[in-house]
Design a binder for this molecule. Structure first.
Ligand code: DQQ
Length: 586
């Protein structure tokens, strides 16, 4: 039976939750311990490890062991989804990178295959790094990827399936003419030249790809053209460049139709009214710009150019990087995948023998306002739902905690609609918060009484609330509209000292007159907490390592700590079954 706790209980909660900054001060930039140091990512310092299989996710994508990072070359071909990934076959830290390969018919259950691209030639002997798949005319797939060559220069290589009629496309052949593209030309840096996009056909009928690069110290998506997908020439201007940042990793370029959640194939005829999106990975997160692909100048022209990159929109405001999208011709949608690293320590990863997962594949589309991308877990994930609990007509007054019982709180899918009874007490929005939203989430945590909000969900909580992760909203007034803050606050997610436990957060605009309820969907998968706010307007992926998860049961609550009452017309939650993720070799 679900239990409604009244304010006294929430006072206990507040007494135990002192939202200090200590978790954040322990934040360090962990460095990938590897033969080649390419990137930094936030991780905890080396401390004694807690090794438990209970932290291993049950339905997120990962191989049985070892390190993974970026999703590579996702595609749908002849009835099969292919997922490739940056993989270290020898251990659970970054290094020795090859392309792991898995196949699926439903994007949820995966069969593991032998690596598709291994370090076998002078042009990739030091690493087979990120790249993309393109389905060429006649249905033949090709993959262009970055190789780290004998001199550790970054070059672009191609592979083709050995046998296109093998449904799993198990073997990939490297033609003799690799590398196809060398890091030559003015302003190019051979250490900063990687991660080619999926190809598309321009108005002149020629193929194009974009490659992430540092160009004269600035970031650029360099443009290359080809007639046959093998011989490439650099175009004299980039697809887009910016002096607001350095090197962009993993650029992704795709077309979208405002307000339609159907996807577009960039190589097919693009309908009138379509917009284009350029996504780039930098500063440990994935950012994007919406604009148009100007056919005359062969460039991407963003609708808005913001000099301060802290203000660029993000695909996800949590732990999510190096994402790549593809057009799913089976269901006519665009799907995006991202990498979510561990945030425990590298010594934990060595002790566990595995590190890194991929977020749940998400359908991605553009809001009708043409500004904001929306994302939602692919509907196939719902096949994992088991026991369901459902509540209607709840009312959460200030200080109420409503316990969600009757499901597996470690593996769950929760959907809650929050309806505001009044916005009179909404505090004015201060645009300066946008410059450091995590700071604002720390200052305006779940225990800090607000006007409208905080209200939301507490997951993976210990019985006495000493450990918990809270995902919550606050509503602010901004001229004619409302700005909603969504935070995923990990500062109390684990009793373990020195873990990297930030308070992630983002803002989205919301038309409360039109939409009435603010929705929250959270997928809990042991050490993964993946949240979608406002119908997919804002996503926050997080990794947490509660000690309670190892020792006993965890709890889950809906809560309101704002002064104004919040109604919950609908709350549904399901236990989630374990998926068959790479458990057998095909
Ligand atoms: N990961 C790959 C690079 C890419 C980086 C190396 C992004 O190609 O730039 O494993 O995480």
């Amino acid at each position: 039976m679900a239990l409604m706790l009244r304010p006294w209980a929430f006072l206990l909660f507040l007494a135990l939750v002192s939202y200090d900054e200590s978790g954040l001060q322990s934040t360090r930039n962990g460095v990938a311990q590897a033969t080649q140091r390419v990137f930094l990512y936030p991780q905890s310092p080396k401390v004694s490890s807690i090794v438990s299989t209970k932290y291993r996710t049950a339905y997120h994508f990962q191989p049985p062991k070892n390190w993974i990072n970026d999703p590579n070359g996702p595609m749908y071909h002849n009835g099969i989804y292919h997922q490739f990934y940056q993989y270290n076959p020898n251990g659970s830290l970054w290094g020795n990178i090859v392309w792991g390969h898995s196949v699926s018919t439903d994007l949820i259950n995966w069969i593991r295959l032998e690596p598709a691209i291994e370090r076998t030639t002078p042009s990739d002997i030091n690493g087979c790094w990120t790249g993309s798949a393109t389905i060429l005319k006649g249905g033949r797939p090709a993959i262009i990827y970055t190789g780290a060559d004998t001199e550790k220069r970054q070059v672009q290589n191609i592979v083709f399936p050995k046998n296109v009629s093998d449904p799993y496309l198990r073997e990939w052949i490297k033609p003799d003419n690799n590398p196809l593209i060398q890091p030559v030309g003015q302003g190019l840096n051979s250490d900063q030249f990687r991660d080619p996009t999926t190809g598309w056909i321009g108005p002149d009928g020629l193929w194009r790809i974009a490659v992430g690069a540092d160009l004269n110290g600035y970031s650029a998506a360099l443009l290359y053209k080809s007639e046959d997908f093998v011989n490439w020439t650099r175009v004299d201007h980039p697809l887009y460049s910016s002096n607001a940042s350095t090197m962009w990793e993993c650029p992704d370029f795709f077309a979208v139709l405002p307000g339609k959640n159907s996807g577009l194939d960039l190589s097919a005829a693009i309908p009138n009214g379509a917009k284009h999106v350029l996504k780039m990975s930098l500063d440990n997160c994935d950012k994007y710009m919406v604009g148009v692909y100007d056919l005359k100048s062969d460039t991407f022209v963003p609708d808005t150019v913001l000099d301060d990159r802290r203000l660029w929109s993000r695909i996800d405001y949590g732990n999510y990087y190096a994402s790549k999208s593809f057009f799913d011709s089976k269901r006519g949608r665009r799907i995006i995948w991202g990498w979510t690293n561990e945030t425990d320590s590298s010594s934990d990863d060595v002790a566990k023998g595995w590190a890194g997962i991929h977020a749940i594949p998400r359908t991605i589309w553009l809001d009708s306002n043409s500004k904001q991308l929306l994302q939602w877990p692919v509907e196939e994930i719902e096949s994992l739902r088991r026991e369901e609990v459902s509540h209607q007509g709840l009312e959460l007054n200030q200080g109420d905690l409503f316990e969600i019982k009757g499901i597996d709180t470690l593996q769950a899918d929760v959907e809650i609609n929050f309806e505001l009874t009044s916005t009179d007490s909404a505090v004015p929005f201060d645009p300066s918060w946008l410059l450091d939203i995590e700071k604002h989430c720390r200052e305006a945590g779940a225990s800090v009484h607000g006007g409208v909000g905080p209200f939301g969900l507490v997951v993976l909580a210990s019985e006495n609330m000493e450990e918990h992760t809270s995902v919550h909203f606050r509503v602010y007034k901004s001229q004619e509209k409302y700005m909603i803050l969504m935070c995923s606050d990990l500062r109390k997610s684990s009793l373990r000292p020195e873990l990297y436990t930030p308070a992630y957060g983002g803002f989205f605009e919301f038309d409360l007159e039109k939409e009435k309820t603010i929705s929250l969907r959270t997928l809990i998968d042991r050490s993964a907490v993946e949240s979608f706010g406002g119908g997919g307007r804002l996503c926050i992926m997080a990794r947490v390592y509660p000690v309670t998860l190892i020792n006993g049961g965890t709890r889950m609550y809906a809560f309101n700590n704002g002064t104004s009452t919040v109604k919950v017309p609908q709350l549904k939650a399901w236990s989630m079954r374990r998926a068959q993720v790479n458990v057998r070799m095909g």
